[in-house]
Design a protein around this ligand. Structure first.
Ligand code: NIG
Ligand code: FE
Length: 425
């Protein structure tokens, strides 16, 4: 049979076994690993995966429109970065220094820095300039092996400014091969002018911002920072239920700074994911496991802020579905590398390298509601894959702060080609 793209002779292939759901418990450490592997792509989808000789029996090289020789490479699904604040304006290195001098994330936020500093930056940034910045960041993500990214607003905190962020994101996404899943995070912080009357801001979110954002199809998810000093469980419930009413599925920044019961709220609302969870209670986590809420872990944030890491091993034992993401934002973690996230997951949270791969691909796809289309090398799935200059999947997290990506394929098309670079192993 004919195919559009045939990738042959990969030294190794790593993917989740066939399926559409997240890998739970011991299954997280049971990937499908194959030597001398091939993938055939037709119409942007994967048509066959397996040993080179088996795939080529059905899709011979001479009939392929294009053939990629993957000798010496690791073949894997593109990373799915399922939690970022991608359309952020400006950077906050002054806070990076302030923390080194003894301040904390919370104390910086209390004195008007943190998210509110980025709100001021956004005011001074046009939609065009923000879209240009996002375009550059999407290119950066692709070069790091990320083929799908979830991206949150949350530095506007007014209808006009939130809309500016989401429109800039949409403009940039239209010109990039990287797929963007937009999330409305108007409840990221209480803006300065509402500090003394926060209930008015919640009313604004519920009465006008959510309907307007949904009406313009600017977001797929609604997220809330449900934590100490930010939004309470009651406020978060109201906002997320309103989002649901307008077709925006719930996600939460949950129990990052303290246990406020956000994990249990995620379970109650059957949120797609609850993220951070550094302080989530065992009962909250158990409720999440029962409700099938994905736990998105963001080790880069704990690393940057010097916080305790999420208890990933306990979560796996509880039967929670774990996903990994970068949380790329200018405050708590200025890092766009999923490979670095895997390194931190292995060294600091004691996931195995294969667990980290599954959490960064198949389970991350489930955390953005795309478990039956993305995140696996499986017939019928979208052909989003990456070749790394490595012979073994463990190498990518092990050899950290290194650029291993050689080739990226999105929807069956080569969108990044650096195959001329030698491997650095
Ligand atoms: O996920 N926790 C809340 N929001 C971001 C930080 C945003 C910022 O500091 O700008 C996070 O860590
Ligand atoms: Fe975040």
């Amino acid at each position: 049979m004919k195919c559009d793209l045939l990738i042959v002779s990969a030294a190794q292939l790593v993917t989740a076994p066939p399926g559409t759901g997240p890998l739970l418990g011991p299954d997280l450490d049971r990937p499908w690993i194959l030597e001398d592997a091939a993938v055939a792509c037709v119409d942007g989808r994967i048509a066959a995966v397996g040993k080179t000789r088996d795939v080529c029996a059905g899709y011979p090289e001479r009939e392929a429109a294009s053939v990629l020789d993957a000798r010496g490479s690791l073949l894997a699904p593109g990373f799915i970065d399922c939690h970022t604040h991608l359309p952020f304006p400006g950077t906050r290195e002054m806070e990076f220094e302030a923390r080194a001098r003894g301040e904390t994330y919370a104390s910086i936020a209390e004195r008007g820095g943190g998210i509110r500093a980025s709100v001021r930056h956004l005011h001074a940034t046009s939609e065009e300039a923000l879209a240009a910045a996002v375009r550059g960041r999407l290119a950066r993500l692709l070069a790091q092996g990320t083929t799908t990214v979830e991206a949150k607003s949350g530095y506007g905190l007014s209808l006009e400014e939130e809309r500016k962020q989401l429109r800039a994101l949409r403009r940039a996404a239209a010109e990039s091969p990287v797929e963007v899943i937009p999330t409305f995070l108007g409840a990221h912080e209480v803006p300065d002018e509402y500090r003394a009357r926060r209930e008015d801001y919640v009313a604004l979110l519920v009465d006008s911002m959510i309907p307007a954002v949904a009406g313009e199809h600017l977001a797929r998810y609604c997220d809330v920072f449900c934590d100490r000093g930010v939004f309470t469980v009651e406020e978060s419930r109201r906002i997320l239920l309103r989002g649901k009413e307008f077709g925006l599925e719930p996600k939460l920044h949950a129990d990052e700074l303290a246990d406020v019961g956000a994990a249990a709220l995620a379970a109650e609302l059957r949120a797609t994911s609850a993220d951070h969870l550094l302080h989530a209670s065992p009962s909250g986590l158990r409720a999440m496991a029962e409700a099938g809420v994905i736990a998105v872990l963001l080790p880069g944030t704990a690393f940057t802020l010097g916080l305790p890491y999420a208890r990933a091993r306990i979560m796996v034992e509880m039967g929670l579905a774990l996903a990994l993401a970068t949380d790329w934002n200018p405050g708590s973690t200025m890092c766009s590398s999923m490979a670095m996230g895997m390194t931190l997951a292995v060294t600091q949270m004691k996931l195995t390298p294969t667990e980290a791969w599954m959490a960064a691909t198949a389970n991350a796809a489930c955390a953005v509601g795309e478990g039956s289309r993305l995140g696996r090398l499986q017939p019928g799935f979208q052909a989003d894959l990456v070749l790394f200059g490595a012979l073994d999947h463990r190498h990518v997290a092990y050899h950290y702060a290194e650029d291993h990506v050689r080739t990226a394929v999105k929807r069956g098309t080569v969108v990044l080609d650096r195959s001329d670079r030698s491997s650095c192993a």
